[in-house]
Design a protein around this ligand. Structure first.
Ligand code: ZN
Length: 448
C-alpha cells in the first residue's frame, strides 16, 4: 500500500516481517535520483526497489512508511575508534596509550554518535573496531557495522610511535615482540624488519582485521617525524602486502608526502589515505593500479580553525601541508581518481575532532570539485570498494544489498550542508531495523 504512514506499526501487528519504505526522492548511491520509489527489505537485505504498482504479491501487504528523501547509509572510510579522552590533548599519547577499559566505554558513545550522523558502516584504520564489532554482534552496543584494521602498523620512530614517552614505555604497549605487548590493546603496533612486519599482519588477522593499515610516511599528529619522508623500506612494505593479500586483505597507506605515496603504490597498496602532495605522476599511477583515495580534509580544517585546541607542533605541521593538501584533493578529483569519504576523527567526544562530525567531509568533497551526486556516491557506493574482496554488498539501494538506509528532511543534492548536521538525518535503518527516529531512545532501539 502506498499510504503515507509516518510511524510504522509495531511488529506484532504486521502481517509480514519485512520493512517497507516509500521515498518521494530516492538517491540510490550510484546513479541518478529516482522519484516515488518503494523499497522493501527482509532479513537485513533489500528485496524490492521500484514503483508501488509493481510490488511482488508476497510483499503487497507490507506497510510503507513515507520519507521525503532516502539514501543508503553512508560509509565512513577513515575512522579511529581509539576512545581518546576529551580531557587530554589531542595527540598520539592520548590515542595510542590510553586506558583500554576507559577507551572501550568512550567508544560506546562514539559508535552511537557516528551511527546517528548517518554512517551505518565504518572502516576503522587503527583502533578497537574488531573488539567493538564483537559486542555489536552480541546486540549490546548500538553502532555502525565496523570493518577494522586492528592496529595500524608503524615502524619504530614512525608516525605511530609515541615520541612524548620513553622508548621503553612505547615498546611495552605497542611493539610486536615486547614482553607484555598485546596488539589487541592498542590501535597502533610497532614493527621493524621483514619478520616483525609479517607478524604484525598476522596479529591483526588474529583480531579478524578486514583491511591492513600501514603508515608509509610521517604524519601531522606524530611530534617528531617528517611527513615528506617514506617510512618502512620497500622490502618491508612488499612483505606486508604479500602477507595481507594472501589472506584476502587489501592494504591502506597513511601517506602524506609523495615519497610515501609512491612507495605504497609500488608495493601494491590499494588505498591512499590523506595525500597532501600528490601530483599528476601520482594520480596516473593510482588510476593505472586501481588505487583509491580517501583524502581526510576534516582534521586539516579542524586544526587550522582551532589553533588553541591542538599541540603547537601539530598546528605548525598542519600549516605547512594545508594548502598543498586541498590542492592535491582538487587535482585528484580532476584527474578522475576514485575517492571514498573518510574524516579521520581521532579526537575525544565533544572535542573539535569528535566522532559524529563525519558529515562535514562530504561537504568538503563538493568544495574540492565533486558534483553533489558524485560526493554522495563517494560517501556510499564507493565505500565498500575500499575493502577489496572484503567489501560487502552495501552502499547502494539495490536488490540484494544491505538494508542500511537514512532518511533526510531535505535533499542534500540541493544543499550538501544538510549532511553536516545529524539532526537533518531523521531516521536510520540498519539491516532493515529502525535505529534512529524522533523520540526513539537509543537503548530502546537496541532492544527492539
Ligand atoms: Zn588516521
Amino acid at each position: 500500500m502506498c499510504d503515507w504512514i509516518v510511524v510504522p506499526r509495531p511488529l506484532a501487528e504486521k502481517t509480514h516481517q519485512a520493512t517497507g519504505l516509500f521515498a518521494s526522492c530516492l538517491l540510490p548511491g550510484r546513479g541518478k535520483p529516482l522519484r516515488n520509489q518503494a523499497v522493501i527489505s527482509e532479513k537485513g537485505k533489500i528485496v524490492y526497489v521500484g514503483a508501488c504498482t509493481s510490488i511482488p504479491a508476497e510483499y503487497a501487504k507490507v506497510d510503507l512508511q513515507h520519507v521525503p528523501v532516502l539514501m543508503p547509509g553512508m560509509w565512513e572510510c577513515h575512522a579511529h575508534f581509539f576512545g581518546a579522552s576529551p580531557k587530554r590533548p589531542i595527540d598520539m599519547q592520548n590515542m595510542a596509550l590510553g586506558n583500554p577499559i576507559e577507551a572501550g566505554a568512550r567508544n560506546a558513545r562514539a559508535l552511537k554518535d557516528t551511527l546517528y550522523a548517518g554512517f551505518t558502516s565504518c572502516v576503522d584504520l587503527g583502533g578497537y573496531a574488531p573488539e567493538l564489532q564483537n559486542v555489536i554482534d552480541e546486540g549490546l552496543l548500538l553502532g555502525p557495522t565496523l570493518y577494522g584494521a586492528g592496529a595500524a602498523i608503524s615502524m619504530t620512530g614512525g608516525h605511530g610511535d609515541v615520541f612524548e614517552v620513553s622508548y621503553a614505555s612505547a615498546r611495552q604497549r605497542l611493539s610486536v615482540n615486547a614482553p607484555g605487548a598485546d596488539a589487541g590493546m592498542s590501535g597502533v603496533i610497532l614493527a621493524d624488519g621483514l619478520e616483525e612486519c609479517r607478524k604484525a599482519v598476522r596479529l591483526n588477522l588474529r583480531r579478524r582485521a578486514k583491511i591492513i593499515k600501514v603508515l608509509t610516511s610521517g604524519g601531522i599528529t606524530s611530534r617528531d617525524d617528517d611527513p615528506m619522508l617514506q617510512q618502512f623500506s620497500d622490502e618491508e612494505l612488499e612483505t606486508i602486502v604479500s602477507e595481507a593479500s594472501r589472506m584476502g586483505l587489501v592494504c591502506a597507506a597513511h601517506a602524506v608526502g609523495k615519497a610515501g605515496i609512491l612507495a605504497a603504490i609500488r608495493a601494491g597498496f590499494k588505498v591512499i589515505e590523506h595525500d597532501s602532495f600528490g601530483d599528476d605522476e601520482v594520480y596516473e599511477e593510482m588510476k593505472k593500479h586501481d588505487v583509491m583515495l580517501v583524502a581526510t580534509i576534516t582534521p586539516i580544517r579542524s586544526i587550522l580553525d582551532n589553533e588553541d585546541k591542538y599541540p603547537r607542533e601539530m598546528f605548525e605541521k598542519a600549516k605547512v601541508v594545508a594548502q598543498a593538501h586541498l590542492k592535491a584533493y582538487k587535482d585528484a578529483i580532476k584527474a578522475g581518481v576514485k575517492c571514498a569519504i573518510g574524516s579521520d576523527l581521532f579526537g575525544g567526544i565533544g572535542t573539535v575532532l569528535s566522532p559524529g562530525l563525519n558529515g562535514g567531509e562530504v561537504v568538503y568533497a563538493v568544495e574540492a570539485g565533486m558534483t553533489p551526486l558524485k560526493a554522495i556516491e563517494a560517501a556510499t557506493a564507493n565505500g565498500p570498494e575500499s575493502l577489496g574482496r572484503q567489501g560487502p554488498k552495501s552502499g547502494q539501494i539495490r536488490v540484494g544489498y544491505d538494508a542500511d538506509f537514512i532518511a533526510l528532511s531535505q535533499n542534500p543534492l540541493d544543499d550538501m550542508e544538510v549532511l553536516r548536521s545529524p539532526k537533518n538525518i531523521t531516521h536510520i535503518w540498519k539491516s532493515g531495523k529502525l535505529v534512529k527516529a524522533p523520540g526513539l531512545d537509543p537503548w530502546e532501539a537496541l532492544d527492539r
